[in-house]
Design a protein around this ligand. Structure first.
Ligand SMILES: [Cu+2]
Length: 483
């Protein structure tokens, strides 16, 4: 274990990081030996009684924020391109980085005061539309769900004010960020909770880069089920790889909104019926547009309550390049067409959009590309349920059976019969050839030659002879197929 911290940074803090961590020097200012599971009086911390949890702290605090910086300089993180605390000006969008695109979302504006990037988040109640026809009363930030994307550059010092306009106390956690313990935002543990009407100030230097998130860490089950979360992207100060041309960021989440209801139910732990990309369910999701040859990055963050999401991209293969733990060393990346994004983590994948067309990108859990499906009804495959549905649905809004031949029938239902007020058909939208029987976590990547802008170019017009179609009698005869 011969690496010094400086050498580790020189290596991009990547392959060397695991080797360095166990042998890194202990912070100098803790006047006692060892950082194991014993406290300084020799008590076994693993058997700490509830009583001892209310005792005052036993470690000596670092005396100033500067001391914390000297401690963090001795740490290693797998996504650092400069030394923590290096004297650098605030990162400049367009110059120091190509801004991320949050489809269906926005980036939080900032101002610079004495070299510090200042942001203001306002958690509050918001009426949000998941897709045309389905709205709900949620909790978000700054008038939207999810909150705006916070974007900054490694080496920036950021100051984030949080003004709590929710009807409940909250606390905001910066997931994956290396920061002083007291800035970590766990209500009760690292700070007092933010009472309704109060404004708290978080401030810390960014000593890493990557794809992260912020979310409530107080009454999480309720507050995250209602939407109190957002993306946090930190660009490298000295990029070691070419910048992406198109850098898309997504928050994956799930909701339980009973057909006809106006608020999600935070108590459920299974059967979520509204699955979203940046809080939108298909067909409410915005298409991703790329020119042929563009380097494309997808940053996928999952803050669902209970489900991991295997996100699958058609027509391309990508490299899994980063997690919320940092950069994967280039020679340790692996190729995929589906990447599973576990709850509470980020996966960043890179690829070149080299195959023109309209390509599905979606969660591969088949129940996650449905909208507001009831899971309780009988299996109606083979049964003509249309009359039953017509008569029962107006009286029992949640009663939506499957169709005789599956859920494709439901699209027809959605178009030709009354669905309960404030609900959307279980699947779909009209596509260029037929009805698209997908909902939920589904969107479309549109790759084109000769784009003059990244506005939605409409449906793909494929070269002649490259679309699946009804087989001709001639084909069948030639190949000896009995149809
Ligand atoms: Cu999923």
């Amino acid at each position: 274990m011969g690496f010094t911290r400086r050498e580790a940074v020189g290596l991009g803090g990547l392959a060397a990081a695991w080797a360095v961590l166990p042998s890194r020097p202990a912070p100098a200012q803790t006047g006692h030996e060892g950082h194991g599971s014993m406290d300084h009086k020799g008590h076994d911390m693993n058997s700490m009684s509830p009583g001892s949890m209310s005792q005052p702290g036993t470690d000596d605090p670092a005396t100033t924020a500067e001391d914390w910086m000297s401690v963090v300089r001795e740490t290693v993180h797998p996504a650092r391109t400069i030394e923590p605390g290096a004297d650098v000006p605030p990162g400049d969008p367009g110059k120091d980085y190509n801004p991320v695109i949050t489809p269906n979302g926005v980036t939080l504006p900032f101002k610079i005061v004495d070299g510090v990037k200042v942001f203001h988040l306002v958690p509050e109640e918001v009426v949000h539309e998941f897709a045309p026809g389905l709205k709900a009363q949620l909790w978000g930030f700054n008038g939207r769900v999810h909150g705006p994307t916070i974007e900054a550059v490694e080496g920036d010092r950021i100051r984030i004010y949080v003004t709590n306009k929710l009807p409940a106390p909250t606390s905001i956690h910066w997931h994956g960020i290396i920061l002083p313990s007291g800035m970590d935002g766990v209500g009760g543990l690292s700070q007092k909770v933010i009472q309704p009407g109060e404004t708290f100030k978080y401030e810390y230097p960014l000593v890493q880069h990557g794809t992260y998130m912020y979310h409530s860490h107080h009454d999480e089950m309720t507050q995250m089920a209602l939407g109190v979360m957002g993306l946090l992207v930190i660009h490298p100060r000295r990029p070691t790889e070419p910048r992406p041309h198109r850098d898309f960021a997504f928050m994956l989440s799930e909701w339980d909104i009973k057909p006809g209801a106006f608020r999600p139910d935070p108590r459920v732990f299974a059967g979520f019926n509204t699955l979203t990309l940046n809080a939108k369910a298909f067909p409410g999701t915005e298409a991703l547009v790329a020119k042929r040859g563009d380097r494309v990055r997808l940053r996928l963050v999952n803050l669902s309550a209970m489900d991991h999401h295997p996100i699958h991209l058609h027509g391309h293969a990508f490299w899994v390049a980063q997690t919320d733990g940092g950069m994967i060393p280039p020679d340790a990346r692996w190729p995929e067409t589906t990447v599973i994004v576990p709850v509470g983590s980020s996966r960043t994948v890179d690829f070149v959009a080299d195959n023109p067309g309209d390509w599905a990108m979606h969660c591969h859990m088949t129940h996650h590309v449905m909208n507001q499906m009831g899971h309780e009804g009988p299996n109606m495959i083979g049964v003509d349920a249309r009359r039953v549905n017509r008569e029962v649905t107006p009286v029992i809004p949640a009663y939506m059976t499957m169709g005789e031949a599956g859920m494709g029938d439901m699209a027809e239902m959605g178009m030709h019969m009354a669905v309960p007020q404030n609900s959307i058909p279980m699947v779909g939208a009209q596509g260029p050839y037929d009805y698209i029987t997908m909902g939920g976590m589904f969107t479309i990547l549109k790759v084109r030659d000769n784009l003059t802008s990244y506005a939605d170019p409409g449906w793909y017009r494929p070269p002649a002879g490259t679309v699946a179609q009804l087989a001709s009698a001639q084909d069948l005869k030639r190949d000896g197929i009995k149809a």
